[in-house]
Design a protein around this ligand. Structure first.
Ligand SMILES: [Zn+2]
Length: 467
């Protein structure tokens, strides 16, 4: 038997974490009972679609009673999940059934394309949310539901022309900007909102502390409305969906890191928040391991897990907003009738849950005072961040923060390098927006205020009663 006569290969792909992985679909026709077999770890879905694919292929090309087709999907150690591989499988069957019409050259050219699509019994090529995601993240030449509506249409083109039509529908036409979360309107707390907007631009992690009922969580949710600001300054794709992830504080470590289920890796909360916002309410109540591992993730912007003999990396570059009460009862800041009932050692233990190194990684730490204690808005900035003139800012990626950092080091020698860097980014953005120099009194006062607030928090950490 000349194997080449009966063998073919096609490409498809699947998502692994955030990255696309090409999948090779091999098909071999042999003599035997008319049937289709799939190997190479197909998931239940794909195994169930055997009959459908066989019926569809038999409809378009003659599948006689002695044609047995074996399909193998590579790479072999990864479960092939999802309905989107069906199109490539059906095409591979059609090609081996009609092998005489395909020269080596034409088969080679087909490898420039990546076929994805879910098939209906009627032969229509359908889309799924996963296919949408692949379209938006792929730089491969994809052929799927956006180009063809039915298997027959695609097969006709392939048979006659030898290659598929790939009129790329632009991203813009395909999907309008997607809002996955409705920001809540927020009034008052001008200074805090301005600080959040500055942090949105620099993506500095934010820690909001305060008694319950002062609007910490609401403020964190309001931050979603700062996304357009962030995108504009950072020149990010305006059509990409922005994840807003707010897990509850009893989530397990594996939910955050992702898990290995059989041969399939599932990404966790940290990676799901990639390129978006991660809100961690009641931060001090979170699992200790999550809090500590967060340090590494904030530094490397990646989640690593070790599975099946290799290290997997998933991107996790998010803007973190954490909120926390100052003590278990939440009332250690005296505010009228609610008095703190926690013993001193409990407050001490509670505040120690946010370790020094972790505390250091928050670029902005704000203690929300009672609403009736008005705090001045940031000098020189329009009250509403939406009114800020973003044209004054250079594209964020191109700014060199080192000179600014060195300038700040002279004035705030007590800060760590990491803290200095975070402050330098904030100072740079503030000074650009207000047109004050870096070492002007105004900019230095802005940073001094932030540093003093932090130092007060640090010094009083065991006891907020006198705050
Ligand atoms: Zn208390």
């Amino acid at each position: 038997m000349d194997q080449n006569q009966n063998y073919t290969q096609l490409l498809s792909c699947q998502l692994k974490g955030h990255s696309l992985e090409t999948v090779t679909v091999e098909a071999l026709a042999s003599r035997g009972l008319a049937q289709l077999r799939i190997t190479g770890l197909p998931d239940t879905w794909l195994r169930d679609s055997r009959d459908k694919i066989q019926a569809l292929a038999a409809h378009l090309e003659s599948w006689n009673s002695l044609n047995r087709i074996l399909i193998h999907i590579l790479p072999a150690d990864e479960i092939k999940n999802g309905a989107h591989l069906e199109l490539a499988l059906a095409l591979a069957c059609l090609i081996v059934l009609n092998k005489d019409a395909w020269t080596e050259q034409r088969l080679l050219e087909l490898k420039n394309y990546c076929f994805i699509g879910h098939l209906s019994l009627e032969g229509k090529i359908l889309s799924t949310p996963l296919i949408e995601e692949i379209y938006s993240s792929a730089n491969l030449q994809i052929v799927g539901p956006n180009e063809y509506s039915s298997l027959k249409e695609l097969w006709d083109d392939l048979r006659i022309e030898g290659y598929p039509r790939t009129q790329k529908i632009s991203k813009k036409e395909r999907s309008a900007p997607v809002e996955v979360f409705d920001p809540v309107p927020f009034f008052g707390r001008v200074r805090e909102r301005q600080l959040l907007a500055l942090a949105a631009i620099t993506k500095a992690p934010v820690l909001l502390m305060g008694n319950p009922g002062l609007g910490k969580s609401k403020l964190a949710r309001w931050a979603y409305s700062l996304i357009p600001l962030q995108r504009k300054v950072r020149e990010e794709d305006p059509f990409r969906e922005i994840p807003f992830i707010a897990p509850h504080n009893r989530s397990h470590l594996w939910e955050f890191l992702g898990a290995q289920k059989g041969n399939q890796s599932q990404i966790g909360i940290f990676s799901r928040a990639h390129n978006g916002i991660l809100v961690l309410d009641e931060f001090a109540e979170l699992n200790r391991d999550v809090r500590e591992i967060l340090r590494t993730i904030l530094d490397h912007k990646k989640v690593q897990n070790f599975a099946r003999g290799r290290m997997n990396h998933y991107s996790a570059d998010f803007w973190l907003i954490a909120t926390t009460n100052p003590c278990p009862c939440g009332n250690s800041q005296p505010l009228g009738i609610n008095k703190c009932c926690c013993p001193q050692h409990v407050i001490d233990l509670y505040s120690r849950r946010i370790s020094g190194p972790l505390f250091d990684r928050f670029g902005i730490k704000v203690f929300l005072s009672a609403q009736n204690v008005t705090r001045e808005s940031l000098f020189g900035l329009p009250i509403d961040p939406q009114d800020w003139d973003l044209n004054l800012l250079a594209p964020f990626q191109k700014v060199d923060f080192v000179p600014c950092k060195n300038a700040l080091r002279r004035h705030f020698p007590q800060l760590t390098e990491r803290s200095l860097f975070l402050k330098a980014q904030l100072a740079e953005v503030y000074s650009k927006l207000t047109r004050f120099q870096i070492e002007s009194t105004e900019t230095l006062l802005f940073i001094k205020d932030l540093v003093e607030e932090e130092e007060t928090l640090l010094m009083r950490r065991p006891n907020y009663r006198n705050f």
